[in-house]
Design a protein around this ligand. Structure first.
Ligand SMILES: Cc1cc2nc3c(=O)[nH]c(=O)nc-3n(C[C@H](O)[C@H](O)[C@H](O)COP(=O)(O)OP(=O)(O)OC[C@H]3O[C@@H](n4cnc5c(N)ncnc54)[C@H](O)[C@@H]3O)c2cc1C
Length: 502
């Protein structure tokens, strides 16, 4: 685990140096998918994957709370190249099994260096090499790697240090307190009165999973969230299977269907949000009962789809609310007390256990110190090229996926892009590529990474100042729009003026 690796002082004199054409940081769903693309499309390139953990999976290895599952369907959260054959919403264990199969089928195991925490990355325009330092858990020493291209697949949040608001009086609380990210198999809720703070995807997962075991669960939210309830099955996939269609074809067709439906839903959220909200309510009533009261706990005050829509397979959260195992409170925390939480309204909620499902801390490029030509990189001073490359930082790409569509769709798109770029560089005899603002971009306004108006998850808003800047042109922003990018990115002219080669 990352958190068992202390970061000792930098040992820049590390002696052993291993060189690879490409280094991939992270063996999560991004790193493993990227490695497969590299192996298939650039078979001559040597590569290694470094991960601080003892195993692959990233997010799916970190989170161990009850019921942990995807909230996207696996036909699109799975890779383009590996059919998903189960129910659309998958548990962490099922996702890990799928990734394990991908690793085995593509013989990636020998390429992965587990227990290697990357602590420093520096690029030299003189040698056109990255020098990457990583502390090995096995010997506690700093090992040095060099590579021509650095493929950053280290995710977007800190896996060890979850976001816990600074609640007053937390240390006076005498019961158990835990953040969902820190759940261990020993954590037990049996017969306990539990408060879960939060109402996002994590709360929507953990609450129904605890509802049968705990004496009672209270979901405490500051503000309501939109939920999308639906059976955990894909009728088209089931039907195609029934009539004997092969899994490759089913994967391709169902992926296309899911993406088409998502695009239609996104568009409808913009065009007719009130109708969509009514439909979401109707779906909830199917599970919670026809008389379910939406006011005040299930009437969000933001535009539907402005934040990620929390998916609830089989409406399990609402089944639990409907049968009284779960209650919902919408209020603010005044402070913790010995017995529980005092709310701003004056009410005190008592609990044996309080679970924070309050999200993450953003981690920009793994919070790893980066240098280019001996100068530290401040990501906030860079401008992003399509949310993947950065001005002033050569031979590097960060896989930052989608939030409204499955993250992994972008892993496939960027996988093709990197391989295309590496092959292009080889054909040109170039050793270095960097993105540069073109003359016509110089007066472009430099804006925060996301448009808060359009999409505003709180972990991004909290630390937006640490993120690279975006411009106001399509080339200089991560538009979070799979439906445009799936055509735009493959069509990029790699000899365009925004790419400088040496
Ligand atoms: C509970 C949960 C459910 C989610 N469900 C969905 C979903 O259904 N659909 C969806 O699209 N998205 C979902 N997400 C978002 C999800 O995190 C991404 O979709 C995806 O898993 C990110 O994959 P990744 O490989 O880019 O990063 P991560 O999963 O974060 O993996 C990064 C890896 O890099 C390693 N690493 C980081 N820093 C270093 C370092 N300095 N040195 C060495 N190694 C390092 C980590 O150890 C980790 O293994 C979910 C997130 C959570 C927390």
């Amino acid at each position: 685990m990352l958190d068992t690796l202390e970061k000792p002082a930098r040992d820049a004199g590390a002696q052993d140096v291993a060189h690879f054409d490409v280094l991939i940081a992270g063996a999560g769903i991004s790193g493993i998918g990227s490695a497969v693309h590299l192996k298939q499309q650039c078979p001559e390139k040597s590569f290694a994957i470094l991960d601080a953990k003892d195993s692959f999976g990233g997010t799916w290895e970190t989170h161990k709370y009850p019921g942990v599952r995807s909230d996207s369907d696996l036909y699109t959260f799975g890779y383009r190249f590996k059919p998903w054959v189960g129910a659309p919403i998958a548990s962490a264990d099922e996702i890990l099994k799928y990734m394990g199969d991908v690793i085995e089928e593509n013989q990636l195991n020998d390429h992965i260096h587990y227990g290697h925490l990357i602590t420093h990355c520096s690029f030299s325009r003189e040698t056109n090499l990255w020098s990457v330092e990583a502390i090995s858990k096995a010997d506690g020493k700093t090992h040095r790697f060099t590579c021509n291209f650095l493929w950053m697949c280290q995710g977007y949040y800190n896996h060890n240090d979850p976001y816990i608001p600074d609640w007053s009086g937390r240390d006076t609380y005498k019961g158990e307190f835990i953040h969902a990210m820190k759940w261990t198999p020993e954590t037990d809720v049996t017969g306990k009165k539990v408060i879960v703070i939060g109402s996002g995807a994590t709360a929507a997962t953990i609450i129904p999973a605890m509802a049968g075991k705990a004496a009672h669960v209270t979901m405490l939210q500051r503000s309501p969230t939109y939920f999308f309830c639906s059976p955990n099955q894909n009728e088209l996939a089931d039907r195609l299977r029934e009539i004997g269609i092969d899994e490759q074809t089913i994967h391709r067709v169902v992926r296309q269907q899911v993406m088409f439906d998502q695009q239609a839903l996104t568009q409808r959220c913009l065009d007719e949000p009130d109708t969509v909200v009514e439909e979401l309510k109707e779906l909830i009533r199917l599970y919670a009962g026809p008389d379910f009261q939406f006011e005040p706990h299930f009437t969000p005050n933001y535009r539907v789809w402005q934040q990620r829509l929390a998916f609830v397979p089989d409406g399990d959260l609402f089944q639990a609310v409907g049968r009284g195992a779960v209650s919902v409170v919408t209020d603010h925390i005044e402070r913790f007390t010995e017995k529980g939480i005092l709310l701003t309204s004056g009410e005190e909620l008592e609990a044996d256990m309080i679970v924070a499902a309050t999200g993450f801390k953003l981690s920009v490029l793994g919070d790893i110190p980066f240098e280019v030509d001996g100068q530290p990189v401040d990501w906030a001073d860079t401008v992003t090229y399509r949310g993947m490359m950065f001005t002033g930082v050569p031979n590097m790409l960060w896989v930052f996926g989608y939030f409204r569509a499955s993250w992994t769709l972008r892993v496939d798109i960027l996988g093709d892009f990197v391989c295309h770029l590496l092959n292009h560089m080889q054909a040109k005899g170039a050793k270095r590529v960097e993105v540069k603002l073109r003359p016509e971009d110089h007066n472009m306004p430099l804006l925060p990474w996301i448009e808060e108006e359009n999409f505003n998850p709180s972990y991004l808003v909290r630390d937006l100042h640490k993120m690279p800047k975006r411009g106001d042109k399509p080339e200089w922003r991560h538009n979070q729009d799979y439906w445009h990018e799936k055509d735009e990115i493959p069509a990029i002219n790699l000899d365009g003026a925004e790419f400088a080669y040496s």
